[in-house]
Design a protein around this ligand. Structure first.
Ligand SMILES: Nc1ncnc2c1ncn2[C@@H]1O[C@H](COP(=O)(O)OP(=O)(O)OP(=O)(O)O)[C@@H](O)[C@H]1O
Length: 488
């Protein structure tokens, strides 16, 4: 056989087995340090046991108790104890279902999911997704600190590695969702080197939500209930000292946010404590469904609409001057003046698509005056727009609360909310067409982004709302200041 016919042997691919360092010590030294090593091993084992008890308290306590009873008193007694425990849980579930669900069911479910899902595939998933890191021969994994299973989602508190940031998880949100059997995964920052992964299993907002009975109680302008948050909480909007921008493609359900807000405001509107001005460039097809709610309603985007916007801008300036004179910081119900709400059904028609340049400029100036000066003197704007681009609405930043319903493109999410919102989980572009009224919402100054659904107000609700508004004392007509004030 010539040298040419030789086949190079395959390189050895196994790692050399590693023995603990102390096994290399000379025997005499080993005798001396063995108590220290034994104490250290004991401490490690105790630490592991305590951790397991902390992670699975119900499972470990129950198993240990039943096993202890079995050894100590006999296995029939152990079976009897298990049956007593099950009967106790059954009575708890039957009589006090809410507390059973909140305490026992959640705890057992959390332990089960941690054991069955996260303990089993966590490390493998972290390695394949490239989130775990290898330094030398050692793999470093982000640590699962806590698991809370709410039924419709799992919340997993994760301790980040040194040098790692939440973006590492945000970039692999899809892979994490698939690996852990969820429909989506969101990342929330919980604190330094701590993030929550929200792994969603079921959409709690899948069915439309009817509005409650028209409120008889006093209306709180800081807390108007307009729907439900996916966690089951009320979806609350603040009108006092705020403006709200609603963004969504056609048919996304923008008007349901507006009608839900007017529904919550209805008693105050009926009593004249809140006055609503409306601009509906679609010829009254939307706002004209309950016209008696409006002190003034214009059904186009022409001169009348601009007059109305300038009227509200003038009232805003007038009120601001009155507050200044009275040394008051902000509007209060005690001021005797009604709170003003301006609703613009499609902002783009008024400030961008208007072909008359003069009208467009006047509308922009008036709206910016109201948005920039209206919060303190009790004037709020609720604007709706389909296209959140800056070229369409360049004063989006003047709306502290933003609500994004279904959007056509992923880029529109950050346009609506600001940079980074999509990566933090506000996936408005993924809202299906089958769930109109579902939205993401964010308020300036708060990091929290909520997934919500507005109430579904149908024709019968709007007829009821209109009749309810009509039954009141009727709006107090406010004097219109002279126009030059607006231009000033
Ligand atoms: N919150 C909701 N829950 C259930 N269905 C809703 C909800 N909001 C709207 N819908 C339904 O979705 C459809 C479209 O709603 P809507 O007209 O409000 O959308 P839009 O965003 O205002 O559309 P456009 O921009 O074309 O006016 C309607 O059939 C309506 O009944």
């Amino acid at each position: 056989m010539s040298r040419k016919d030789w086949t190079a042997p395959a390189p050895l691919e196994i790692e050399r087995p590693r023995l603990p360092w102390w096994t290399m010590l000379p025997r005499k030294v080993l005798w001396v340090v063995s108590p220290i090593i034994a104490a250290w091993l004991l401490a490690v084992s105790v630490n592991q046991m305590v951790r397991r008890c902390y992670r699975y308290p119900v499972t470990i306590t129950t198993t240990a108790t039943l096993t202890g009873v079995g050894f100590w008193a006999g296995w029939w007694w152990s079976l009897a104890a298990a049956l007593t425990l099950a009967a106790g849980a059954g009575v708890w579930w039957w009589r006090w279902r809410e507390s059973f669900g909140r305490i026992a069911d959640r705890q057992v479910r959390s332990e089960w999911r941690r054991l069955r899902i996260y303990a089993l595939v966590w490390r493998r998933t972290m390695r394949i997704a490239g989130i775990a890191h290898r330094v030398g021969r050692t793999w470093h994994y982000p640590r699962v600190r806590r698991v809370r299973a709410d039924g419709w989602r799992d919340r997993v508190l994760v301790g980040l590695l040194h040098g790692q940031d939440p973006a590492a998880f945000e970039a692999h949100a899809g892979a994490l969702a698939h690996s852990f059997g969820a429909t989506s995964c969101r990342v929330r920052v919980a604190g330094p080197r701590r993030i929550w992964l929200d792994l969603i299993h079921r959409d709690t907002l899948a069915t439309p939500i009817a509005p409650p009975a028209l409120a008889a109680a006093a209306v709180d302008l800081r807390r108007l209930v307009v729907g439900m948050v996916e966690t089951g909480r009320e979806f609350v909007l603040r009108l006092l000292g705020n403006h709200i921008l609603v963004v969504g493609s056609t048919g996304a359900g923008k008007s349901s946010v507006m009608w839900s807000l007017l529904w919550a405001l209805a008693p105050a509107i009926r009593d004249g404590n809140v006055q609503v001005f409306g601009v509906d460039p679609k010829g009254g097809m939307e706002l004209g469904r309950a016209p008696h709610l409006f002190t003034r309603l214009v059904n186009d985007n022409g001169p009348d609409a601009v007059d109305l916007l300038e009227h509200v801008a003038a009232l805003t300036r007038q009120r601001a001057a009155m507050l200044r004179d009275a040394n008051a910081k902000a509007w209060t119900p005690e001021s005797g003046m009604p709170f003003l709400l301006l609703v613009v059904d499609e902002l783009a028609d008024v400030v961008a698509y208007q072909t008359d340049r003069n009208l467009k400029m006047r509308a922009n100036a008036a709206l910016q005056t109201i948005c920039s000066q209206g919060r303190a003197p009790g004037v709020a704007v609720l604007g709706q727009v389909q296209d959140p681009r800056k070229s369409v609405l360049d004063f989006r930043h003047l709306f502290p609360t933003k609500i994004a319903l279904r959007l056509d493109e992923a880029d529109q999410v950050d346009l609506a909310f600001g940079d980074g919102a999509r990566a933090r989980g506000a996936t408005a572009h993924e809202i299906p067409e089958t769930t109109p009224g579902v939205a993401w919402t964010i308020t300036d100054g708060r990091r929290q982004i909520d997934r919500v659904r507005a109430f579904h107000t149908d024709d019968a609700h709007l007829a009821q709302l209109d009749a309810y508004a009509q039954s009141g004392a009727g709006p107090r007509v406010l004097p219109v200041p002279a126009r030059p004030e607006v231009a000033a």
